[in-house]
Design a protein around this ligand. Sequence first.
Ligand code: CP
Length: 308
Amino acid sequence: MALKRKDLLGLRGVSREEIEEILTTARQMKEFLTKNQKKTPHLQGKSIVTLFYENSTRTRMSFELASKYMSAAAANISASASSVQKGETLIDTGCTLDQMGTDVIIIRHPMGGAPHLLAKNVRASVINAGDGMNEHPTQALLDMFTMQERYGSLEGLKVAIVGDVAHSRVARSNIWGLTTMGATPVLAAPETFIPMDMAELGVQINHDVDSAVKDADVVMGLRMQLERQQAGLFPSVREYSEFFGLDDRRLALAKPGAIIMHPGPMNRGVEMTSALADCDQSRIREQVTNGVAVRMALLFMLTRRNLG
Ligand code: CP
C-alpha cells in the first residue's frame, strides 16, 4: 500500500495498477469515515502543509481534515498572507517548508507546471491540488472512486463530460485517468470550449449535448468559469445554459440509473438545474465525502513510500 513515486503531479502516466491501488486504499479509508472513526494513527509523526495560491473550499479542507483525521501535524499557508507577498519565490518557499521537516506539500497554483517545479526542488512529496488549466489529479481520483462505488468497475463506462472543457484541469485529469482505466470519456462543449489538442488524446468530442449524454453511464457537468465570460467564448450565460445546461430531459437520454456528477463549485441553473443536482441519481454530495477518503489514501501511501 505504498506508492513508488515521490509526488503525485498528474494522472498522465500513472498506471492502471497504481490507480487501482489508490482506489482500494480509499475504500478502506472511507470505512473509517462511515464508522465515524476520525482519529487514526496512519500519519502519526508526519507533517503536512497545504500551500494554496488560489481559492478552494473542497480540496484544501479535505486535505486538512484528512491529515488531522490521521493524526498528522497539519498547517496551511495562504499565499496572500505569506512571504510570497514580499517577493519570496516558489522554490524558496518550498525549501523553507523542507527545512521545517514537512513530509508532504499540497499545492494549488494558477500556473500550469508550478507543482512540477516545486517537486524537483524539495525533499517533501508534492501533491498537485490543481495547476492552471493543466491537471487536478485528486479530483479525478475521487470522481473515479465515486463511479467505481456505483458500478464496481470503470471498464467500458461511457462518461459524458459536459461544459467548459477548455479551461478545465478536472476534465484533463479525468481524461487521463478514465482512459487508463478502460472507460470512454465523451466531451460535449461549444466549439470555443474544446482545446485543439483534445482530439489527439483519443477522446470523442461532440458539440451536441444530447448525443454525448445518450446512453451514458455517468453525466458530469463542469463548472462554467464565469470569470472568463468576458473573453467572448459564448454569447451569454442564459444561452449557454439553454444549449449546454443539464436537466431532467437530458438525463432521460442517459442509461437508466446513470449518475450525475459535478466537481464543484457549482453554478446552479447554469451547468445544471438545481433539481438535477439534488435528484436521487446525483452523487455530487457523495463526491465531497469521497474526496476526504481519496486524500487520506494518498497521504498515507505517499508517506509510506520509503517503507516499501
Ligand atoms: N473541485 C474543487 O477543486 O473544488 P475547490 O475549488 O473548492 O477545491
